[in-house]
Ligand binder design. Structure first.
Ligand SMILES: [Zn+2]
Length: 345
């Protein structure tokens, strides 16, 4: 199918086959009011040294998730060719227009990059970025790491995650990378809708893929950046791109599974959100997680939202104002191991 598509309109100012450190851009032609013959300039760094695997490190898939953007900007300016065996491709801000606007989605076309795969070379800007990753960058890589967090509307415990995959070898390789990342939590993640995700595009090409959620609230903290930076380095060490030892966290890692959609608690009311449980706290099915208060009057009884399963609160809505359909809370199941049971494999 992809053979019939025209080549991507995006061109790179770096040579992906050249050794050494290169900083440049992925240039996407645009024609807008402020720039008739212009281009979206997406920064990219390539660090290559000899034989070895290729790692594709990405942040800013959503433009308001700063833990990944900040740590990859720092890595791009410090990683030396002699540190690397193989090739590391770093794109700190995949959806550059969104990142520049400080938003989750692109101000140019409203596009949510992580709902735009596999993309289209004849589509809007966001779809063209997706297509370039899908047909140019992802095929170059052996392992890919995508750094997400909650952005402005969610706060999430720091975790690295893999997905259940049909290919058990691919699933195990991805899960091993998620564990090696060394965040406080490792997760087998259930997606509400996986069809248009970058994750699915990478996994469908048989690549080893690790995704993460590393905080949120539309900012970063010293703690969230420390987890992110250690995790990126651990990822590169684990897959043999950087020499050294994987640095394991001092606290025991917590393994969590999201077996189905009952993990997500979504609001059926608009109002003021009062969380009654903190991130990382254990809950039982039926426990009150949150109340939504009617802001249009006094004297009204708040609506209670309860956990639909036992587990740990791994994500919460960040802003206090909540609307219909917003995810209020996510409860994941704590498990001994994320390896498949014999009878599941
Ligand atoms: Zn994200």
């Amino acid at each position: 199918m992809s053979a019939s598509l025209r080549p991507s309109p995006i061109s790179a100012t770096v040579d992906f086959d050249a050794p050494g450190v290169q900083h440049g851009f992925l240039k996407l032609p645009i024609s807008i009011d402020t720039s008739a013959w212009g281009a979206v300039m997406i920064p990219v760094t390539v660090v290559a040294n000899g034989e070895g695997p290729t790692a594709l490190l990405t942040g800013g898939n959503h433009g308001d998730e700063y833990e990944g953007i900040t740590s990859l900007l720092k890595l791009a300016s410090t990683l030396r060719a002699e540190d690397v065996r193989g090739r590391v491709i770093i794109v700190p801000m995949m959806n550059m227009p969104a990142a520049e606007a400080g938003k989750r989605t692109s101000p140019l076309d409203g596009g949510n990059l992580n709902r735009s795969f596999p993309g289209d070379p004849n589509g809007g800007v966001t779809s063209q970025i997706a297509d370039y990753f899908n047909r140019v960058l992802v095929p170059m890589c052996d392992v890919a790491l995508d750094l997400h967090s909650g952005g402005r509307t969610l706060d999430i415990v720091p975790f690295a995650a893999a997905h259940r995959l049909d290919d058990i070898g691919q699933e195990r390789a991805s899960l091993a990378g998620a564990v090696a990342f060394g965040a406080p939590y490792a997760m087998m993640m259930f997606e509400l809708d996986a069809t248009k995700l970058y994750d699915t595009a990478v996994e469908s090409q048989g690549k080893t893929f690790v995704t993460t959620e590393l905080g949120g609230g539309g900012t970063s903290t010293p703690a969230s950046l420390a987890v992110t930076e250690r995790g990126v380095r651990n990822f590169l060490v684990h897959y043999g791109l950087v020499e050294g030892e994987v640095e394991t966290p001092t606290e025991p890692m917590i393994y969590v599974d999201m077996p189905d959609a009952s993990c997500y608690v979504q609001s059926e009311h608009s109002g003021l959100l009062e969380l009654t449980v903190s991130l990382g706290e254990m809950v039982k099915q039926g426990d009150v997680l949150a109340r939504v208060h009617d802001m249009s009057r006094t004297g009204a009884v708040p609506v209670e939202y309860r956990a639909q399963r036992d587990g740990v609160l791994i994500a919460r809505r960040f802003p206090a104002k909540v609307g219909m359909g917003d995810t209020i809370a996510v409860v994941a199941e704590v498990v001994e191991s994320l390896e498949r049971d014999q009878d599941r494999s």
